[in-house]
Design a binder for this molecule. Structure first.
Ligand code: GLA
Length: 456
């Protein structure tokens, strides 16, 4: 497992790595685990994540030549270099360098930077990559904070953090993923001992203390799911089909309520001027998606447009599945997952771990059956965890692999670990039986403070 390094160790490694003097700033951005609200953020619907005690740390210094030089303490990430400019051409798809480029290009636009400084940056990460724990957004946030500090811009208030989180969510789309804003928001706005209910457009954060006598345990399926690499198309299927769902629901809302209604995000149904109740949205969805599948041809006729236009505006070249897109189930996931986030927040406030666990189980079912983001490995891991005594278990993050999150009694952590180790890591994956916590396959998640910088 990759351990945290002290500031001193990192400063020394920096000096050994780059000629020309010491680093001047260190920025640390935590990873996150999402408890409820999966694949809802890009629709402007709420999520309930918390930070974890794993981070991406960057030690940095401005250099004299306008170039960014990137090194990583993990030799799996090869060195990179690029010229700072208003528009920075991307590296190959899936390259870790793109997350740095995304942050720098985003900050340049946000601050209207004109004289483009270069920087030497050394990264150290303890968040397992491609595991659904947001190592990528942690890198984006740490890089942006280091660069902003270098150009003399302090992120010194909650308001600026909110603004920066919303900006970086857009900026990260540079890597080709149509993600939402959950990760950047929790990384910049999370709090020690708390989960956060996050709403979008505009970004709002409510901090809610986690349970005292139950913990969230993260289990890694050990299947990598790199959403900016191999899993990019599977991830983007969600946001792209939701654009078509939005258009069809808007059409339905115009018929039901008023000609003028505009719905920019699905979330506007609940939280925008329409202010619909859960049952009203449910009724609208039932009218918009009367059958399980909607073909492109049907959508075009409902929207009074052409298939080519639908592709141009919303779907891109997403292949049409046999029988059409499963919009009914995908819309159902948005509806029920939104309700679970609201209920989950109430359960945290009331200390009701049992109901919270049931919501997690329901969420996993919906992610698998209505949203198609689970996998055989994740389903097995979730089942192993439930049999080992979790109150609730679900996949976390984008899905397709990566981690699950499980609600476990504090006193049951050892028994739970042993049960999952035997049923999943040993019996299913064929790994030798060992302590899964020691081995970094499992992690007791403790929410920490948000991303921050210090001068060295
Ligand atoms: C990834 C994205 C987030 C969110 C989750 C799924 O982590 O970066 O914006 O969509 O997947 O909930």
């Amino acid at each position: 497992m990759r351990r945290e390094m002290s500031n001193l160790e990192l400063a020394r490694t920096f000096e050994r790595t780059f000629a020309g003097g010491p680093a001047t700033v260190i920025c640390r951005a935590p990873g996150r685990v999402n408890l409820l609200g999966e694949h809802t953020d890009y629709n402007g619907l709420p999520v309930l994540p918390m930070t974890i005690d794993r981070a991406i740390t960057v030690v940095a210094r401005v250099n004299a030549d306008g170039r960014f030089r990137l090194r990583n303490t993990d030799p799996h990430f090869s060195a990179g270099e690029f010229v700072n400019a208003a528009a920075i051409p991307p590296s190959r798809q899936g390259s870790w360098i793109n997350y740095s480029k995304a942050a720098i290009e985003g900050v340049n636009g946000y601050l209207g930077v004109e004289g483009f400084a270069g920087m030497d940056l050394l990264y150290h990460g303890t968040i397992p990559p491609a595991a659904g724990l947001s190592s990528s957004s942690a890198m984006v946030v740490a890089t942006a904070l280091a660069y902003m500090r270098a150009v003399g811009h302090e992120v010194d208030s909650e308001r600026r953090r909110i603004e920066l989180a919303a900006m970086l969510a857009q900026a990260e789309r540079y890597v080709g993923v149509h993600g939402g804003g959950m990760d950047q928001a929790i990384i910049l706005l999370g709090a020690t001992g708390c989960a956060c209910k996050i709403d979008f457009f505009p970004l709002r954060v409510e901090r809610v203390p986690v349970f005292d006598d139950y913990v969230f345990v993260i289990c890694n399926s050990l299947v990598m799911a790199d959403k900016s690499g191999s899993a990019i198309h599977r991830y983007n299927e969600g946001p792209l089909t939701c654009r078509l769902i939005r258009a069809l629901v808007e059409k339905q809302a115009r018929l039901a309520y008023d000609e003028e209604i505009e719905i920019e995000h699905l979330g506007d149904l609940w939280y925008g001027p329409l202010c619909l109740t859960h049952s009203e949205v449910e009724a609208l969805f039932a009218e918009a998606f009367p059958t399980p599948r909607t073909t492109l041809a049907q959508a075009a006729s409902l929207l009074d447009t052409t298939e080519a236009e639908i592709r141009r505006k919303w779907l891109g070249d997403l292949p049409e599945p046999e029988g059409g897109f499963p919009l009914q189930a995908r819309a159902r996931h948005q509806l029920t997952e939104t309700a679970r986030v609201e209920q989950g927040r109430d359960c945290l406030l009331a200390g009701d771990a049992v109901t919270f666990g049931a919501l997690m189980n329901e969420s996993h079912r919906s992610c698998a059956e209505n949203y198609f983001v689970s996998s055989e490995h994740l389903d097995r891991l979730v089942n192993a965890a439930r049999s080992a005594g979790s109150l609730g278990s679900r996949l976390t993050g984008a899905g397709f692999g990566g981690c699950t999150v499980n609600l476990v009694g504090v006193e049951d952590i050892g028994r739970f670990g042993a049960g999952v180790a035997a049923a999943y890591y040993q019996a299913f994956l064929g790994r030798p039986l060992c302590d899964p916590y020691e081995n970094d396959w499992m992690l007791v998640a403790r929410p920490v403070g948000p991303a921050d910088c210090e001068d060295l």
